[in-house]
Design a protein around this ligand. Structure first.
Ligand SMILES: *Cc1c(COP(=O)(O)O)cnc(C)c1O
Length: 355
């Protein structure tokens, strides 16, 4: 059994040798990581590729952010912090609020008003964070949070914080452990560009340690209305249904571009229609319910395959970054409606089988 199979073991313990931990680092954990890597049989056959998805929505608060947050929170406690703050499109705030609650720290989050999925807002509130909604976007929220953390004794836990990436790189280790080596290609949504940067660190460190041999081509996908890396310039008013990647000025943009270029991959955008088609397809033909932002990795794979970017049979891993339950509004609006019937047998039979 590989170490990644041990669900519930703190991520910091499973990959201790790869993380900058000391004897003084507390282990703040809820059993994050060790998420399933699932083969998509129908899509593999259709694309003539070997396609797997990494179900990061099965982390404790429902997104990959838990990997980085458990470590950032542990280091914040080690350094004597009593309060943390972040800007967030939703999932960072949910993870920060949960891990802060567990560590006994106070937590403040600043979110773009009206633009975060309902489930994420519910999480931040019930975990007890102080939630401020700005009349602006994520980039505005991050600018304010950076200034607050410079002027007050409050630790910043956005992915500017290097410990976030250290925790998140462990997902690359798990992918290698599950497949026996690195895949040929990694497809991943890109927002602030921390996660793709973390995966690239992880794949390189694992190979350098002799735990894997190859390196994947890194293919990052942004939403068309929010694609600063594709356009090569800041997007001042990013817009997309994929709210978790609605970011116009990614902090880790340069690092991510270097990873994509060095690895022989690249960055591209997908439209909201392509994202939502992949989102519905994953649920209805594979039984996998992710959030819209996550589906951009699969939408991107489908687009890249149509453009002839792969060799037949290549092994591809798409990262499904967050859980579909986070965003019930989009799920319901993208589905067939409920059929209302009276409480009798004949009505049910008629609705299912006709007259
Ligand atoms: C945060 C997030 C992303 C984007 O990750 P970055 O590190 O900001 O590029 C993608 N999908 C979901 C669901 C997220 O929560």
């Amino acid at each position: 059994m590989t170490s990644s199979a041990l669900r519930g073991t703190p991520l910091i313990e499973r990959y201790r040798e790869f993380l900058p931990v000391t004897d003084a680092t507390p282990v703040i954990s809820m059993g994050e990581g060790a998420t399933p890597l699932v083969r998509l049989d129908a899509l593999s056959e259709c694309l003539e590729l070997d396609v797997h998805v990494k179900l990061e929505g099965l982390n404790p608060t429902g997104s990959f952010k838990d990997r980085g947050m458990c470590f950032a929170m542990s280091k914040a406690v080690e350094e004597g912090a009593t309060a943390v703050i972040c800007a967030s499109t939703g999932n960072t705030s949910a993870a920060a609020a949960a891990y802060a609650a567990r560590a006994g720290l106070t937590c403040a989050v600043i979110i773009p008003g009206g633009k975060i999925a309902l489930g994420k807002l519910a999480q931040a509130l019930i975990y007890g964070a102080k939630v401020l909604a700005v009349d602006g976007n994520f980039d505005d929220a991050l600018r304010i949070v950076r200034e607050l953390s410079e002027k007050h004794p409050i630790a910043l836990v956005n992915s500017l914080n290097p410990f976030r990436l250290e925790g998140q790189k462990t997902a690359a280790f798990e992918v290698c452990d599950a497949l026996g080596d690195a895949p040929d290609v990694l497809c991943i949504p890109v927002g602030n560009a921390g996660n793709i940067s973390a995966y690239w660190m992880g794949f390189n460190e694992y190979r350098d340690a002799g735990r894997s041999t190859g390196l994947p081509r890194m293919m990052g996908f942004q939403a068309e209305g929010s694609a600063p890396l594709v356009r090569g310039e800041v997007v001042t008013a990013p817009e997309t249904v994929a709210t978790a990647i609605r970011i116009g000025n990614p902090v880790r943009g340069e690092q991510a571009m270097a990873a994509m270029t060095e690895s022989g991959g690249g960055v591209d955008s997908v439209t909201d229609e392509e994202i939502l088609a992949a989102y519905r397809m994953l649920a209805s033909s594979e039984g996998v319910f992710c959030e819209p932002s996550s589906a951009s990795s699969v939408a991107g794979l489908i687009k890249a395959q149509a453009a002839g970017r792969f060799t037949k049979g290549e092994r591809v891993v798409c990262v499904l970054t967050g859980n579909g339950l986070k965003d019930p509004d989009t799920a319901i609006s993208q589905s067939g409606g409920v059929v209302e019937i009276p409480a009798d047998y004949a009505a049910a039979e008629k609705a299912l089988y006709g007259d």
